[in-house]
Design a protein around this ligand. Structure first.
Ligand code: AMP
Length: 482
């Protein structure tokens, strides 16, 4: 059944939910702190952003399409009073309903006022939604996150914590959730721990200290918060007037932390799953240099995704590190743009080579991944056209062969070049003189995964959860004739 699913990619209509979340409890300027945090998490999603606050009487929400800096003017922040806040930044590919899908979502139900923001992908959202709609729930958006609120509202449990527990137990897949429930912040992580969620502590002069939660610890650095630890897989943390309560709402499943956070997604100045992303990425470069040396003159990163691995490659190989591609930082990450046309155009808009560094040189070009191969081909051509004699592409992770169902926007298998072509074929397509990827044992070592705690499904096709989505399975099964 599983193979049938993977062979029938064209029936997939999964929601991509690359996101960043934040929550603040107990700070007089909670909305500003949430806003600053979202600035640091902007790389996790550039389509929309939002903040909800609780002022002691009601929940206020401001959310819009666009970047954090454009949305949150002083006037908008002024509409977000209160000492509790949650925030969200989002990228998704779901067509024209996107404005409605901006988070946080909030409802007024029999459990009171609740707002929620989510990072991850709830793989049984379609079934849950159908059941809820059959029972009369009305949905405003197509995002899987709204399902969580309806489950809470529908629960027969009397207390909010009880209803949340019941709701969380029905979810499958990846979720790092932050809730604002009147006078409390509640956060939870799925039992596999796919997506990160860190907990921090912030001193507030003359007041009890504040608690902060964020997808990445770079948010804490900006706020001046101290990183305490991670919200554990299968854990729910409640911060209310009575203090902090941490409880396991379910037993932990085999830990499946997303390795792609360390490969590409997170910022290098963050701790993710308690480990510095910088350390992992540099190590990927070091091991790549050992596994796939090149007879070359210089090491050039594809900025910014290849920067840190290229440093490692340069240090290990002894070849000089040269920033021969200059990135225009005012263009969004090209991959994140929704249409192919924009992405293709974006490469030139985003990168420009320095001929003086490349002319006549044999170049090792380092990047984190090849997805479709189209961007990589353009970059290789660009480097060659700027005078490079040879271009040796080195990729700091194994070939991406399978889509992600847990919150990273990888395209369908049919579009993943490495799912359909061997390395030599890819090399020819991208027009490089040589091509090599980091091996699986190399990646394993780079993130120091001694206990098998990471999810590598995009490189192995081996998914940690049993099934992904009944609806998709059935249709995929039909297509594949099973
Ligand atoms: P392509 O050659 O078209 O496959 O594009 C490769 C580029 O996409 C690399 O520079 C990567 O850093 C970037 N990339 C890889 N995976 C992702 C992702 N999930 N989200 C955004 N960008 C990505």
């Amino acid at each position: 059944m599983h193979d049938a699913l993977l062979d029938a990619e064209d029936v997939f209509d999964k929601l991509h939910e690359e996101c960043g979340v934040v929550a603040i409890h107990g700070h007089p300027e909670a909305s500003k702190l949430a806003y600053y945090s979202l600035y640091t998490l902007q790389h996790r999603g550039q389509e929309s952003a939002g903040v909800s606050t609780w002022d002691g009487k009601t929940i206020h929400t401001q959310k819009k399409m666009g970047h954090v800096s454009d949305i949150f003017t002083p006037e908008v922040i002024g509409k977000l009073p209160g000492s509790l806040a949650i925030g969200h930044t989002r990228y998704s590919t779901t067509g024209d309903t996107v404005a409605l899908n901006a988070q946080p979502f909030s409802v007024h139900c029999n459990k009171g006022l609740i707002a929620v923001a989510h990072n991850g992908n709830i793989t049984n959202a379609t079934e849950l939604r159908k059941e809820l709609e059959d029972r009369g729930s009305i949905f405003q958006a197509s995002s899987d996150t709204e399902v969580v609120l309806h489950l809470v509202a529908n629960s027969r449990e009397k207390t909010l914590a009880g209803a949340l527990r019941e709701a969380l137990l029905q979810l499958e897949g990846a979720f790092s959730l932050v809730f604002l429930a009147q006078d409390r912040i509640i956060v939870a992580r799925d039992p596999y721990g796919f997506r990160p969620l860190a907990m921090g502590w912030l001193e507030v002069p003359g007041k009890p200290s504040a608690y902060v939660f964020a997808s990445e610890t770079c948010a804490f650095d900006l706020l001046g918060a101290v990183y305490l630890n991670d919200v554990q897989p299968g854990e729910m943390v409640i911060v209310g007037p009575e203090g902090v309560t941490r409880e396991r709402y379910t037993t932990e499943k085999p830990r499946s932390q997303c390795v792609f956070e360390h490969v590409y997604f997170a910022r290098p100045d963050s701790l993710v799953f308690g480990r510095p992303v910088q350390t992992s990425r540099e190590m990927m470069g070091v091991l790549l240099a050992r596994e796939a040396p090149a007879d070359a003159d210089i090491v050039v990163p594809v900025p910014d995704s290849g920067n840190t691995a290229a440093l490692g490659y340069s240090a290990e190989s002894g070849l000089p590190y040269r920033q021969a591609l200059i990135r225009n930082h005012y263009v969004g990450r090209t991959f994140i743009e929704p249409s192919q046309a924009i992405r293709d155009f974006g490469v030139k808009l985003k990168l420009n080579p320095i001929r003086a560094l490349l002319e006549g040189k044999k170049v090792v070009l380092v990047d984190d991944s090849i997805v479709r191969g189209t961007t990589s081909r353009k970059i290789v051509r660009m480097v060659r056209n700027a005078g490079a004699r040879e271009v040796h592409l080195r990729i700091s992770c194994p070939p991406t062969i399978s889509p992600c169902f847990y919150g990273v926007d990888t395209p369908n298998k049919s579009e993943l070049i490495a799912a359909n072509s061997g390395i030599e074929e890819i090399r020819r397509f991208i027009e490089a003189d040589s091509l090599a990827y980091l091996s699986m044992p190399g990646l394993n070592r780079a993130v120091s995964d001694t206990k098998g705690e990471y999810c590598y499904a995009c490189y192995t096709g081996d998914y940690p959860t049993d099934f992904v989505n009944i609806d998709q399975l059935v249709r995929a099964g039909k297509k594949a004739g099973v």
